[in-house]
Design a protein around this ligand. Structure first.
Ligand code: AKB
Length: 322
């Protein structure tokens, strides 16, 4: 039986990925790790370790202690936060990846690595519509630069040392279990909380800024499907384009209004507008579809319906417990 560690298990992706991996492979076979405690579900359903990814010795110690052979390395600083602290973002995003790739290369326990890239690898000179897998990549954010460099390192370690590293370029991820933190696409999560709490939302992007997004269940399924694919099918070892749903803030607000007619949105773009404008509006993911059978299930309507229902449940619960 494989032994897996999720590093970044208290984050937006990690909290849900950990639970799904535990469902599939057994609670004791999936170790959750993060610099801070994770959700109640993650903390109480299986092993948890406090890990600072900048501490390579501690990382190695945990991997040996639990006989880990697969890593999902999710710890990273996202686009918005990274612009406020570029050097720290670069250090965190690169050092953690290189430490793990080195551990996987040295013939030790680690056999497989998942590392997330992002649509942030693209930049203002990239074709914005239906952005191809292979195209111009001149990212203008430090987060994007770190993800692009990371992709190059992944491919390099695969070609040179045979490290079985796999990656997808996540679009903005929408979820209700753990809130997003520090990204440019976060508005698409915040808007649901504000729609339910106050019936109004001030959006930090302009109303017509289209971005690629994805509902978390699709992202989790895609991630695990890629990791479980036959290695021969994983032909791209930098990172795969993955497409979900593309929409603008105005279109999302319109969809929410179908459920909450009195909902209003105002627009006050901040520094993240420029980041959003440098990213694709939609993504061509035909390679992922052809190579390992990727397929997106949720659309704007089905995602919105579930988000409103689940965020409402969550907020009602907070009120009851107060
Ligand atoms: C961000 O907005 O920084 C992330 C991403 C698209 O990678 N959600």
């Amino acid at each position: 039986m494989k032994k897996i560690i999720v590093i970044g298990a208290s984050g937006q992706i990690g909290s849900e990925l950990t639970m799904e991996l535990r469902n599939r492979f057994g609670n004791d076979n999936v170790i959750a790790g993060d610099i801070k405690n994770a959700s109640h579900d993650v903390m109480n359903s299986g092993p948890f370790e406090i890990i600072d990814v900048m501490n390579e010795n501690r990382l190695e110690e945990i991997i040996r202690l639990h006989n880990i052979d697969q890593v999902y390395l999710l710890a990273a600083m996202l686009s918005g936060n990274a612009e406020k602290n570029p050097k720290k973002a670069w250090e965190l995003n690169m050092k953690s990846l290189l430490s793990i790739l080195d551990m996987a290369k040295s013939g030790g326990l680690l056999k497989k690595v998942f590392w997330p890239s992002s649509i942030a690898v693209f930049g203002p000179t990239t074709p914005r519509e239906n952005t191809p897998q292979l195209t111009i990549m001149e990212p203008s954010t430090v987060y994007g630069i770190s993800k692009q460099a990371g992709e190059r390192w992944c491919e390099y370690y695969f070609n040179k040392y045979g490290v079985d590293v796999r990656s997808v370029r996540y679009p903005g991820l929408i979820s209700y279990k753990t809130e997003a933190g520090g990204g440019t696409t976060d508005y698409a999560v915040e808007i649901f909380y504000e729609a339910i709490k106050s019936g109004k939302y001030e959006c930090f992007l302009k109303e017509n800024t289209a971005l690629p997004m994805m509902f978390m269940p699709d992202a989790i399924r895609g991630t695990i499907d890629l990791m479980e694919s036959d290695p021969a099918k994983v032909k791209i070892r930098s990172s795969y384009n993955l497409s979900g749903i593309s929409f603008t803030p105005k279109e999302l607000a319109g969809e929410i209004k179908k459920h909450i007619p009195e909902f209003t949105v105002t627009y006050k773009p901040d520094f993240r507008q420029q980041i959003a404008e440098s990213w694709p509006a939609s993504i061509d993911d035909s390679d992922a579809r052809a190579d390992w059978g990727w397929n997106c299930e949720y659309n704007l309507a089905s995602m919105t319906e579930i988000m409103l229902r689940e965020v409402k449940k969550k907020l009602d619960l907070v009120q009851v417990t107060l």
